[in-house]
Design a protein around this ligand. Structure first.
Ligand code: OAD
Length: 241
């Protein structure tokens, strides 16, 4: 078994599905019930900020009630074991705005689509922890302006966070694993092609079913993440990876 020195994991909504948080595009998913253009764009927020706040307040409350599942825990244990052994780089990039990876113990983690448990002031850019509801009546503690606080998440038409760091990690990796993502939203959907084009990394898809981009992956495993991810991690760890 190859000893990987530079690992990048990409997760999507499927990794949190068994924790009770809805995915977006599966049957009953958030974007099958709600119109993303009315809830997840800067234009929607300008048009009706309270409607947008209500959507993210609901999701923040669900996140607080949810707990990490076996997939989150196995990724966190894998990262910790590699750190202990000095085994090389490990970066977990998540498209999820929930905090289940950090509550499971992941530390080398980037939230490319932002974080529900933070607010950002549209006026001054200040980012603060946010554990309750946001509303237009709230005032930014830093600049003192009222009505500008928004969830610290990426909306359609906005640039995801940390793209330079992610690009560097993708270009250096020798193992890339995508877990629980439909491969429909760019730039994340293009990560596997970027990695595959360089030809130096093994690529793995772990999902409930083949994603849009499944044919770009060298190895594919299908089933619920709470079962497939711990099995995959255990197989690699038992061979010293
Ligand atoms: P999607 O809802 O598009 O895809 C979720 C994927 O997870 C699907 O391919 C499912 O088959 C799979 N899945 C469902 N349950 C699973 C389980 N128990 N185990 C393993 N896989 C499972 O969610 P994302 O790909 O994360 O962005 O969506 C990407 C982005 O689109 C999100 O970050 C969000 C959304 O619009 C923004 O809001 C900016």
């Amino acid at each position: 078994m190859t000893r990987y020195t530079n690992i990048v994991i990409l997760t999507g909504a499927g990794v949190s599905a068994e924790s009770g948080l809805g995915t977006f595009r599966d049957k009953g998913g958030l974007w099958t019930k709600y119109d993303p253009y009315k809830l997840a764009t800067p234009e929607a927020f300008s048009e009706d900020p309270e409607r947008v706040h209500a959507f993210y307040n609901m999701r923040r409350a669900s996140m607080t009630d949810a707990a990490p599942n076996a997939a989150h825990h196995s990724l966190a244990h894998w990262e910790a074991a590699r750190r202990e052994n000095g085994a090389g780089e490990f970066l977990l990039v998540t498209q999820n705005v929930d905090d289940l990876h950090e509550r499971a113990g992941s530390r080398s983690l980037l939230h490319m689509h932002g974080e529900l448990d933070k607010s950002r002031c549209s006026c001054c850019g200040d980012i603060q922890p946010c554990n309750g509801d946001l509303s237009t009546a709230m005032t930014c503690a830093t600049c003192g302006k009222t009505g500008g606080l928004r969830p610290h998440v990426v909306w359609f038409g906005e640039m995801p966070f940390d793209m330079d760091r992610i690009a560097d990690a993708l270009d250096a990796c020798d193992l890339f694993v995508a877990i629980g993502t439909s491969g429909t939203v760019y730039p994340a959907a293009g990560f596997v092609q970027r990695v595959a084009a360089l030809g130096q990394a093994h690529t793995v898809e772990i999902n409930l079913e083949p994603s849009e981009g499944h044919s770009s992956f060298a190895e594919r495993t299908y089933g619920p993440a709470s079962e497939t991810v711990p099995r995959f991690v255990e197989d690699l760890r038992s061979s010293g990876v």
